[in-house]
Ligand binder design. Sequence first.
Ligand SMILES: Nc1ncnc2c1ncn2[C@@H]1O[C@H](COP(=O)(O)OP(=O)(O)OP(=O)(O)O)[C@@H](O)[C@H]1O
Ligand SMILES: [Mg+2]
Length: 234
Amino acid sequence: MLRLENVSAGYGSFQALFDVSLEVNGGESVAVIGPNGAGKTTLLRVISKLLPASAGTVSMEGWPLNDVPAHQVIARGIAQVPENRRLFPKLTVEENLKMGGFLAAARARYAERLEFVYSLFPRMKERRAQAAGTLSGGEQQMCAIGRALMSGPKLLLLDEPSAGLAPVVVQAIFGLIRRICAEGYTVLIVEQNIRQVLKVVDRAYLLETGRIKTSGAAATLLASDEIRKAYLGL
Ligand SMILES: Nc1ncnc2c1ncn2[C@@H]1O[C@H](COP(=O)(O)OP(=O)(O)OP(=O)(O)O)[C@@H](O)[C@H]1O
Ligand SMILES: [Mg+2]
């Protein structure tokens, strides 16, 4: 579904990604794991066209995204949940969800999708009239994921959904992501919470200082000496 071939990118003279190739197949959940500053957010920015690649190609369902502007990426079926959620704090939960369904194609199915989001996150239904800025951290993450789902994406991109949340809330959010995958969505998550995310996804790529170091089935990586020693402190 999504394919990156030899993608490089950076900021001015600073190169943040080197020759990154990866693939996400339909129905799969894939993680890009790596420490602070590895280039995970940069990678998602390149996929959503917020940052141009200096080399290489990104394609969605076989079509290169080279000439697709950022505001049309969502029409290609890619929705991103940004780092730090980026909700509209003064708007209510339901108004935030509505913002995710603004495309004409999505508007026709607004009621149905809202129902689906509320069935995934009953807490959002309870809080639908509350200002998003007053939600707890975990609730804000649910609202941000729900907003992305409102566009009916084929591919959901998640930037560190566990960031800043207490361990028990992290568990809950990953449980919800597992459900979203079970619903048939294709998911690409970037995370530094390596242990938890490897329990949720099918496959993962390890990104270190802008380069893919290794990749494989999540269970294999979780058991690998390289990952255990460097990242899990075992
Ligand atoms: N706008 C920018 N201008 C210059 N350098 C940047 C910019 N954004 C990120 N960088 C640099 O690019 C590198 C990769 O950053 P990126 O945000 O992609 O890392 P990350 O893996 O998402 O880290 P974290 O887990 O902390 O979110 C870092 O060295 C960072 O300082
Ligand atoms: Mg980041």
